[in-house]
Write a protein that binds this ligand. Structure first.
Ligand code: CLF
Ligand code: SF4
Length: 526
């Protein structure tokens, strides 16, 4: 049975966020995070741009969809499932399924040999020229099968030198592999670090396989912790960009996450990605079978907010599968199964890929500039009545940074936190599509409402009468007056209007409740 106990005290976490900022000697209002950049945009975490970091770092992140929030709207990644083995056991993992560090449990991968993997990468690269990153993220641990992992990277470095290489690991074997990682120019490494206190670690890891034997309990967690910290320090010293993934497990490591954030920042981590635990009994994991629940949307956000001011945060992770292909938030892996690849005529045309990516980059820059211009032209700022009020708004978008999707077509809302000063992207919420080709599936509506229940408004291009009423009934304002506008501008304009209505006594501001995070795998496109 699912536990419904609430473990996380959101107010306490907000307070400790200040403590964290103090500990880093940074302003409590943001410092490294949550502040304005030179152009009035959020300058933190994966939202950073060229003005926020040295050129050599920007060159590494600008077209990596996980390391740059903006890039993920334009560039794709793919994973090849060449690493089946694992050297530890996590209580949120069932080895029958993909690695939970970088994928969702419940979706079985087609395991590949290095040769098959390279063939697949070349096929995807020729079909999807904006695919810029190849990651190895399981289905086990990429460094527990080092031969297969590095053989794949070696061949790719030779045959597709323009593709960035990325790997994800639990960190146990990492210190021994740093030379190999650097040898193949693997510029991006993700380490899953869920604790820096072995007592907490013992609740997450029942055992590790270390020095030819199985080690259990606190001793196992201590060894894992030491290896993770050492590996992170070694990568930082060699100039490899590191991202830390942490699985947020309510009641186990939620309040501890601030310590994790501090520890990884001190060791040079570039990004910290705090992800919700995925846990259902049908996954067959220890946590799933024992009623350990994942966090709610507000619990996750509270922990992320409390960590602002520490290591930069990533908030656009989609917890993808170990064989995912495409933009984050979509999965085209079913188009590239081994039998389909056999039938494809694969031409790896470096020049074509480069000219396509040049076009993507030009479009991205134009879009970025247009957005800044639109924001600068936003008049009637309500900054003069800034009393610190912040609300969440959900946005229906199909890309281009604009409000341009019908409510019924949404499978994922973007969520922005809006204040008088700024509209900040804080995450996404997956939902089941309401519109089923000509008619609305009204049974889906309550689950859509639950997914955005902490939002005050939802900005859409169009919405039908039935969902409009359902949202209004739940206290969420459906807004279709900003069609095709840039999201941030639309959100700020709506907020100014909302404030004006409150001031005129037409609207009463009521705090919203919590929202649920939808569990389950992205299914591949048909
Ligand atoms: Fe893959 Fe991970 Fe590299 Fe990205 S995913 S190995 S860093 S290329 Fe990205 Fe997927 Fe989140 Fe991972 S959205 S699960 S953070
Ligand atoms: Fe599963 Fe990955 Fe943990 Fe290994 S490291 S037990 S494959 S989640």
């Amino acid at each position: 049975m699912q536990s419904t106990a609430s473990y996380i005290n959101i107010a306490d976490l907000k307070a400790s966020g200040k403590a964290l900022a103090d500990a880093h000697d940074l302003p409590a209002t943001g410092g490294g995070c949550g502040t304005h950049g030179g152009e009035g945009k959020a300058s933190c975490g994966s939202s950073g741009g060229p003005d926020d970091m040295p050129q050599e770092i920007w060159d590494k992140v600008k077209n990596h969809p996980c390391y740059s929030e903006e890039a993920h709207h334009h560039y794709a990644r793919m994973h090849v499932a060449v690493a089946p083995a694992c050297n530890i056991q996590c209580n949120y993992c069932n080895r029958k399924y993909d690695c939970s560090n970088e994928s969702r449990p419940g979706v079985v991968s087609q395991k590949l040999t290095p040769e098959q993997a390279v063939k697949k990468v070349l096929a995807v690269a020729s079909e999807i020229p904006q695919m810029t990153v190849l990651g190895i993220a399981g289905p086990g641990d990429s460094l527990a099968s080092p031969k297969k992992t590095f053989e794949t990277f070696r061949m790719l470095q030779e045959q597709a030198p323009d593709i960035k290489l990325c790997l994800s690991t639990n960190g146990l074997a990492l210190p021994d592999m740093v030379d190999e990682i650097c040898k193949y120019n693997i510029d991006h490494v993700t380490i899953t670090i869920n604790m820096v206190d072995p007592e907490i670690g013992a609740k997450i890891y029942p055992w590790i396989f270390w020095d030819h034997k199985r080690v259990t309990g606190v001793e196992a967690a201590r060894i894992l912790h030491e290896r993770q910290m050492l590996g992170l320090e070694m990568l930082t010293a060699r100039g490899v960009l590191t991202k830390i993934n942490s699985v947020l497990i309510p009641g186990v490591n939620d309040e501890h996450m601030i310590e994790v954030n501090k520890a990884v920042k001190a060791r040079g981590a570039f990004l910290h990605n705090i992800m919700p635990l995925i846990s259902e009994p049908e996954h067959g994991t220890y946590f799933g079978l024992n009623g350990q629940r994942g966090p709610t949307a507000q619990e996750l956000k509270a922990v992320q907010d409390a960590c602002m001011g520490g290591a930069n945060l990533m908030r656009h992770c989609r917890q993808c599968r170990a064989d995912a292909v495409g933009l984050l938030g979509e999965d085209r892996s079913s188009e590239f199964t081994l039998d389909k690849i056999e039938e494809m005529e694969v031409v790896y045309d470096f020049d074509r890929r480069r000219s396509y990516q040049d076009k993507v980059e030009t479009e991205r820059q134009a879009q970025h500039a247009a957005k800044l211009e639109a924001l600068a032209a936003t008049t009637g700022s309500s900054a003069d009545i800034d009393d610190g009020m912040k609300v969440l708004v959900a946005v229906a978008t199909k890309g281009g940074g604009r409000v341009n999707e019908h409510f019924g077509h949404v499978t994922e809302f973007q969520v922005f936190e809006v204040s008088a000063k700024e509209a900040l992207f804080v995450g996404h919420r997956r939902v089941d599509q309401y519109c089923q080709g000509g008619f609305g599936d009204d049974e889906q509506l309550p689950s859509v409402v639950r997914a955005i229940n902490d939002c005050h408004a939802v900005l859409v291009a169009k919405i039908g009468a039935c969902p409009r009423d359902e949202l209004k009934g739940a206290g969420i304002e459906p807004v279709d007056g900003y069609v095709d506008e840039f999201i941030e501008k639309a959100a700020l304009s709506w907020f100014a209007d909302y404030r004006a209505r409150i001031a005129a006594g037409e609207t009463v501001h009521i705090e919203r409740g919590d929202a649920s995070i939808r569990q389950g795998a992205y299914t591949a496109a048909a």
